[in-house]
Write a protein that binds this ligand. Structure first.
Ligand code: HAM
Length: 542
């Protein structure tokens, strides 16, 4: 049996009623704040996320689903290059029949064996130099060593080569040849073709800002955009954490002259979220708020973090050791328990905010307080994405366990410029829809609208009559389930019961002739004969 891939899941009735309930409330609330829907593609160029979300984030460095697109498998392109160019490599010789046999056994376009003098050269064509490409190479090496030819000459070590495309130079130039620490020869070749990698979106803000720039949406004034859709991250699945998950997000973005920088926008977004959660009946949420400063404060803060980490970073996990140099702010994302005492003592952004950021943050808090939205300050909150500036926030909920962030967001005043666009300050959030659904009090059953009536055709030729009648009733906004003329009456009753219909309506030859139909209330057991013209009203009012 083929099952859904780990970390993905099927949503089906009655649970989908919960999702529809959430999405209907979302559309309703967002409308009142004048937000409009945007739909961006589910995959984008990888560089959008690398530049937008940040190379050093967990999302970009570990969790993205990325592949190389193109008209033909790229291994074939690499092999074609190799076949064309291997004559250039020293003196190629004829092959030993055993070795040819081994080459044939490879049975793949992604590897080759080639005899260079007396030395066999095993070549793997791969898209990148990674663990799986090296594993293929090593397994071919041990395959080779079990061949009779290799056993006869035990002192001849095969040469191992990894041939990969040169991402920096996809069209022209000489191959770059180097030796990896484990002795593998790495050849990076510039091959023609579009080698730009694509990625399933791990989040939607970068896509929205790309669309904002591409379509010059800023020319139309302040944009208030929302989206609902799947996102993809290769995380370890657990309750509330999936590899395909759903976000409901919104972004307010526009040229500075539209007021997009104003703390009023931050407060409006946060107040809208509080209203939405209340509307969904989700109680006991906490709004955690911080300011992560702006482009001017960041280098000062990063330097302070580097200094604070200098003496102790070698006691921390490998990720932290790297981040301490590349992007010290990301040290705050660390979940390793042993590192927490060190992180606890690090300087906080709040000590480094410049005057403008400080004033902005105070104003956000003042408006929130005026509108009656409760919040707590959390100066460890840095969020796992690099684009944030100034306000950063999360709403958490106790019932969710370890994955307690129901939503997160913040301001990203420099993101548009980082993606090559005009200045366009913005603020937004994304709600984890899977997690919202987990925190609802409603049961899916209670939200499903059951059929008002089950129309039961009885006897040959009655499917036609029943279909006509069902059509009339559905025009009156009734939910109608339609049976089958071959069912005996008992079976129709059972079917009506199973779908939870309130009424059953019998459509037999006599009823059609008389133009009056037996209508039975399945709860009270009351049965009446009702003229066709009065049926809809009778079902609606009872
Ligand atoms: P994020 O914090 O990465 O922010 O994700 C937002 C929310 O998506 C999380 O709070 C969580 O509820 C949900 N979420 C994230 N990963 C998973 C997962 N693997 N399974 C289930 N739910 C998950 C962003 O994505 C930003 N784009 C938010 C934003 C919009 N900032 C500004 N504008």
């Amino acid at each position: 049996m083929i099952r859904a891939v780990r970390g993905t899941r099927d949503l089906y009735p009655p649970d989908t009623a919960l999702w529809n309930f959430v999405e209907a409330a979302v559309r309703d609330v967002f409308r009142a704040y004048n937000f409009h829907e945007i739909r961006t593609p589910i995959f984008e160029e990888t560089s959008l996320f690398a530049r937008g979300v940040g190379e050093e984030t967990d999302i970009v460095s570990k969790e993205m689903y990325t592949w190389f697109d193109g008209d033909q498998p790229k291994e074939q392109l690499l092999r074609a290059w190799w076949v064309r160019n291997r004559a250039l490599r020293k003196q190629g010789q004829g092959c030993d029949p055993n070795q040819v046999e081994f080459g044939r056994q490879l049975g793949t376009d992604s590897a080759d064996i080639y005899i260079e003098g007396a030395t066999p050269n095993i070549i793997v064509f791969a898209m990148q130099d990674d663990a799986s490409a090296r594993a293929v190479l090593r397994s071919l090496e041990s395959g080779w060593k079990s061949m009779p030819a290799a056993r006869a000459a035990p002192n001849v070590e095969p040469k191992l080569t990894l041939l990969i495309p040169d991402r920096q130079r996809s069209k022209t130039g000489d191959p770059r040849i180097s030796t990896l620490p484990d002795g593998i020869e790495l050849i990076e070749i510039p091959i023609a073709g579009d080698l730009r990698p694509l990625t399933l979106r791990p989040e939607n803000t970068a896509g929205v800002v790309r669309a904002y720039i591409e379509h010059k949406l800023g020319d139309r004034g302040l944009q208030k955009l929302y989206y609902i859709g799947p996102q993809f991250r290769r995380e370890r699945p657990q309750k509330g954490r999936y590899r395909q998950f759903y976000q409901i997000g919104a972004e307010v973005i526009g040229p500075p002259a539209t007021g997009s920088e104003s703390p009023a926008r931050d407060a409006e977004v946060l107040e809208m979220l509080a209203t939405l959660l209340d509307r969904l009946g989700i109680e006991g949420w906490t709004l955690e708020l911080n300011s992560v400063g702006c482009a001017k404060d960041r280098p000062v803060f990063n330097e302070a973090l580097r200094q604070a980490l200098a003496g102790q970073v070698d006691k921390m996990c490998a990720d932290c050791q790297r981040r301490a140099f590349t992007n010290p702010l990301r040290v705050f994302d660390c979940k390793v328990p042993e590192d927490q005492p060190i992180i606890e003592k690090l300087p906080r952004m709040s000590q480094f905010l410049d005057e403008d950021c400080r004033r902005h943050f105070t104003a956000v808090q003042e408006i929130l307080t005026a509108t009656g939205v409760p919040f707590v300050l959390n100066d460890r909150l840095v969020r796992g994405l690099d684009y944030y500036t100034k306000t950063a926030f999360e709403f958490t909920h106790g019932s969710l366990g370890a994955q307690n962030a129901i939503l997160g967001g913040g301001r990203y005043d420099g993101l548009s410029e980082a993606l090559g666009g005009p200045p366009a300050p913005g603020i937004g959030f994304a709600i984890g829809e899977d997690r919202v659904v987990l925190s609802l009090k409603e049961s899916a059953e209670s939200l499903v609208r059951k059929p008002d009536v089950y129309v039961a055709p009885l006897g040959a030729g009655m499917n036609r009559e029943a279909a006509k009648l069902a059509r009339e009733l559905r025009r009156h906004d009734l939910v109608v389930e339609l049976g089958e003329e071959g069912f005996r009456l008992k079976k129709s009753f059972e079917a009506a019961d199973r779908v939870g219909a309130r009424y059953i309506l019998i459509v037999g030859e006599n009823e059609v002739k008389a133009d009056g139909f037996a209508l039975k209330n399945l709860t009270s057991g009351e049965q009446v004969s009702v003229p066709r013209a009065e049926l809809a009203q009778k079902i609606q009012t009872h």
